[in-house]
Design a protein around this ligand. Structure first.
Ligand SMILES: Cc1cc2nc3c(=O)[nH]c(=O)nc-3n(C[C@H](O)[C@H](O)[C@H](O)COP(=O)(O)OP(=O)(O)OC[C@H]3O[C@@H](n4cnc5c(N)ncnc54)[C@H](O)[C@@H]3O)c2cc1C
Ligand code: FES
Length: 498
């Protein structure tokens, strides 16, 4: 089963050279070419800063290129939850900052002149079960309090969903991958050094340096726009990591009008239409799944079955999945952390907007400009970890205890029982090994111990990868890093006879 997002399938290949220069010196080094890194890079070069943007894979490779492309002032976890936790002033501040970020994307859309599917549309929150009605009614109240153009409607403009629904007018949608690649290209035109296939493998805080396999960049400011900060970071202790699955199906025009459709109930569902290069798709994104603690194939199968109940589907055109990181106190961490580096993380599933906002907030911090929203998302609010215990030890212990049952209950299988195209943890000479048998019967075996903080990895049957349940690192079958926070590959020290 091929796994690629509809965005990747409808975008041209991205072509920026890998970093090949040693000892580069710039004002700002940005690690990570998602919406956060690309937005920030463009803002900084526009203000005359020298900038180097380093991306491990290709621009938009991370969650930006696996998102749904919805832009909205509210948040998917609910504004009522922010109001309860932080009060009305913070609620209004967050929604105002998010609305400004959506407007910033619109302004960019007009300037860049690239077709990345910008459109304004309404957002609908509808119940999937009777008990979700109260939640939706509370969201209506919180949305009005936050200043959003919200109202309740009994009917929706589609046959496959019923009201009463919360409707918020004037939200928006984009093609997120074309958008970030246009940002990166524009930044490069204005002098930013943009390098793909340039994974940062070391960050030296003291020397203010980031290193790739081919070169080193020294900078006055280092920004870890890597979704979760790479390496060990105190924010990782309380962060919940989820993987979400999405499909895009070809359906006739009219089956889903422009709009952000969010179903809420025991499970949640997100639906939108997309018109790209003359083709019509409906995108359906399912429930959050705890990272490395679910059966990927089963989740995707369940989502397809749910979609078939709702729509008359001939063929699924695209299947994909992507990651989100949710902070424990419902707001992201954006800005300078206690080490002096800048981070932007904990966006939940709202990070196209939060990432855009993070680009502006961090640019303002670096340029010495005040931003009235920066206090809402301070990265330094995360409790500093006590000096007596190392960050690695503390973060590792806290998260391992969160997933303890899962980690201890897993059984290893015998290598001879491994079927072609499958992977599992196997025991070889008393050591747990992550083994994958390819279609020709050959075994690819790597260490099962995540190089970030030592949790055991889990087989992802859909993406053919080893995923870590603790902080979301993902590794290819040869052990190389697909997604951080790990920066070091899994050891490849096992030669196993098929
Ligand atoms: C299924 C799904 C749907 C979503 N839909 C929406 C939506 O509709 N609207 C919305 O607002 N949000 C949505 N989100 C959330 C949103 O996609 C993310 O929060 C956002 O894209 C994060 O952007 P980012 O730039 O911070 O991180 P990313 O897009 O993940 O970019 C980080 C980049 O850093 C790179 N990187 C990592 N490590 C290194 C390294 N060592 N060296 C160099 N580069 C490195 C990665 O390769 C990656 O490209 C969704 C999330 C999911 C999972
Ligand atoms: S131990 Fe942290 S990602 Fe694996």
């Amino acid at each position: 089963m091929e796994i690629a997002s509809v965005w990747r399938g409808t975008s041209r290949a991205s072509r920026f050279d890998a970093l090949a220069t040693t000892n580069l010196k710039v004002d700002v080094a940005i690690v990570g070419g998602g919406i956060t890194g690309c937005t920030l890079a463009l803002q900084l070069v526009e203000q005359g800063k020298s900038v180097c943007l380093l991306e491990a894979h290709e621009i938009g490779y991370g969650s930006t290129g696996g998102s749904t492309g919805n832009l909205y002032g509210t948040v998917s976890g609910g504004l009522a939850a922010i109001q309860n936790k932080w009060g009305e002033d913070v609620l209004r501040g967050v929604v105002q900052a998010r609305t400004t970020a959506v407007n910033d994307i619109e302004r960019r859309a007009n300037v860049l002149g690239v077709d990345f599917g910008w459109r304004r549309c309404p957002q609908y929150l509808y119940p999937l079960s009777a008990d979700a009605r109260e939640t939706i009614s509370k969201e209506h109240e919180a949305s009005l309090l936050a200043g959003l153009p919200a109202r309740m409607e009994d009917e929706l403009p589609v046959q496959w969903a019923q009201g009463p629904a919360l409707v918020i007018e004037n939200q928006a949608q984009i093609h997120p991958l074309r958008y970030v690649r246009a940002l990166a290209l524009q930044a490069q035109r204005q002098g930013c050094l943009v390098h793909e296939r340039s994974a940062v493998i070391e960050v030296d805080h003291g020397k203010r340096q980031v290193c790739t396999a081919n070169g080193t960049v020294t900078a006055d400011h280092i920004v870890l726009a890597t979704h979760s900060p790479i390496g060990f970071h105190s924010t990782q202790a309380g962060m919940v990591v989820h993987r979400e699955y999405g499909i895009a199906v070809c359906l006739g025009k009219g089956s889903c009008p422009p709009g952000i459709f969010w179903g809420r109930g025991d499970k949640s569902l997100s639906v939108r239409s997309l018109e790209v290069d003359g083709n019509q798709y409906v995108l359906i994104i399912g429930e959050d799944q705890k990272m490395g603690q679910h059966d990927a194939k089963a989740c995707l199968g369940e989502l397809e079955a749910k979609a078939r109940e709702t729509f008359d589907i001939d063929q699924v055109a695209y299947r994909w999945s992507a990651q989100n990181f949710q902070s424990p106190d419902k707001l992201p961490y954006i800005g300078q952390d206690i080490s002096g580096n800048y981070i932007a993380t904990g966006f939940g599933t709202d990070g196209l907007v939060y990432g855009t906002l993070a680009g502006s907030l961090i640019a303002d911090e670096i340029l010495g400009r005040t931003n009235s929203a920066s206090h809402l998302f301070r990265a330094s609010r995360v409790a500093p970890i006590k000096a007596a215990k190392g960050i690695a030890e503390e973060v590792g212990t806290m998260v391992k205890s969160l997933v303890k049952d899962y980690l201890t209950e897993r059984q290893e299988v015998e290598v001879s029982k491994l079927q072609p195209g499958t992977g599992a943890l196997v025991e070889i000479d008393g050591t747990s090994v992550a083994a994958y048998r390819d279609a020709d019967g050959a075994i690819h075996a790597v260490s099962s111990v995540c190089t970030h903080l030592g949790c055991k990895v889990h087989w992802n049957s859909v993406e053919t990868s080893w995923d870590c349940p603790c902080h979301g690192s993902r590794f290819a079958i040869d052990g190389s890093v697909l997604e951080g926070p790990a920066i070091k590959a899994l050891d490849r020290k096992y030669a196993v006879e098929p």
